[in-house]
Design a protein around this ligand. Structure first.
Ligand SMILES: Nc1ncnc2c1ncn2[C@@H]1O[C@H](COP(=O)(O)OP(=O)(O)OP(=O)(O)O)[C@@H](O)[C@H]1O
Ligand SMILES: [Mg+2]
Length: 316
């Protein structure tokens, strides 16, 4: 009896350690945190650390005018958490010293490490051909903008890709290139990383307009796999809308901003930051208005093409 009790206590203790959140680790800084190495990429410093033996990475943007990216990265990962499709991210305050935080006075983010490797680095993998970037400012014309026909076709390559496209639509992420997508061939799972080019545009309204054109074009047909991908995409958008009101997302936006150090009285809180946060706020509101319209057109396309697929089968 006594032994059983001790086993339960032992198991509870270790499962608590295993599930301790990234946030908790940040507050535990100094205890069992070891810096392994730091690499420099074009835009940031990436430091690999261990906390109680488990690996994490610390990311800090190099330029002072890019520091607000921590808020967008953390907010996107927070919203995506329940979908189990992205890494976990938390903010390390500008006030906090932390191993791997190169500039002591700027904020940084701490991330769980995505299994596998970026798709870009896996040249022999079929997924290295993915082109999932929903172009915005860099698109030459309407055809190239947002959710293209090519992205729709590629979205059907794997059951998790519609979820990734769905979060990118909801977060206004136009940076889903192969370096921002990890794939683990042993588990056949993707992990979305780097969501710091987000909340500054409404990709849902663009996708809605594009799908409307496709719906009205008699020459546009979708395969059964693509219709299935549309169903998953619609479910993902529905998940976001039912789990988070735009007002909740905005509250979390400011909570992360405060945690990073963008708050009155701190020199990081410049008029430009205030303006950027207001832009994200308005884009969140706009996206949450556009998303139901997008779901509506997705529904129409699904209905129309499910009928089309059924007729094609019955005629054969
Ligand atoms: N959670 C993660 N798990 C595994 N690797 C990661 C993770 N986050 C970042 N990386 C690695 O670090 C690289 C740079 O990170 P990230 O893409 O977030 O930064 P960035 O803002 O795009 O910087 P840059 O433009 O300089 O690459 C990624 O391409 C990836 O190799
Ligand atoms: Mg990147």
């Amino acid at each position: 009896m006594r032994i059983n009790f001790l086993i339960v206590v032992f198991l509870c203790f270790f499962s608590t350690i295993a599930t301790i959140s990234v946030a908790k680790f940040v507050s535990l800084s100094g205890k069992n945190v070891k810096l392994i190495n730091t690499i420099e990429t074009k835009n940031c410093f990436i430091s690999y650390i261990t906390i109680n033996g488990k690996r994490y990475l610390v990311k800090q943007k190099k330029l002072s005018n890019k520091q607000v990216a921590v808020v967008r990265d953390a907010l996107a990962a927070y919203l995506a958490k329940g979908l189990k499709i992205a890494h976990n991210v938390d903010i390390i305050s500008s006030k906090k010293k932390f191993p791997g935080k190169m500039n002591e006075f700027w904020p940084a983010t701490i991330h769980t490490i995505a299994p596998g490797d970026t798709v870009r680095k896996q040249r022999d993998c079929i997924y290295s051909a993915l082109r999932l970037r929903q172009m915005w400012a860099m698109a030459k014309n309407f055809d190239e903008t947002g959710l293209t026909r090519e992205i729709i076709a590629q979205m059907s390559w794997h059951r998790q890709l519609p979820i990734i496209i769905g979060i990118d639509l909801m977060f206004g992420n136009s940076d889903r290139h192969c370096g921002n997508l990890c794939y683990d061939s042993t588990t056949d799972r993707f992990c979305a990383i780097d969501m710091d080019d987000t909340f500054n545009k409404d990709l849902c309204i663009i996708a809605y307009k594009k799908l409307q054109v496709m719906f009205n074009d008699p020459n546009t047909r979708f395969s059964l796999q693509e219709v299935n991908a549309f169903i998953q995409l619609k479910n993902t958008i529905n998940y976001m809308l039912t789990h988070f009101k735009s007002s909740d997302v905005i509250k979390k936006l400011y909570a992360f901003a405060h945690k990073a150090g963008f708050r009155p009285g701190n020199e990081l809180y410049t008029p430009s930051i205030t303006k950027k946060l207001l832009l994200y706020e308005s884009m969140i509101i706009q996206t949450w208005i556009s998303a139901p319209k997008l779901m509506n057109i997705l529904d129409k396309i699904i209905q129309k093409n499910v009928r089309g697929v059924w007729y094609a089968h019955s005629e054969a």
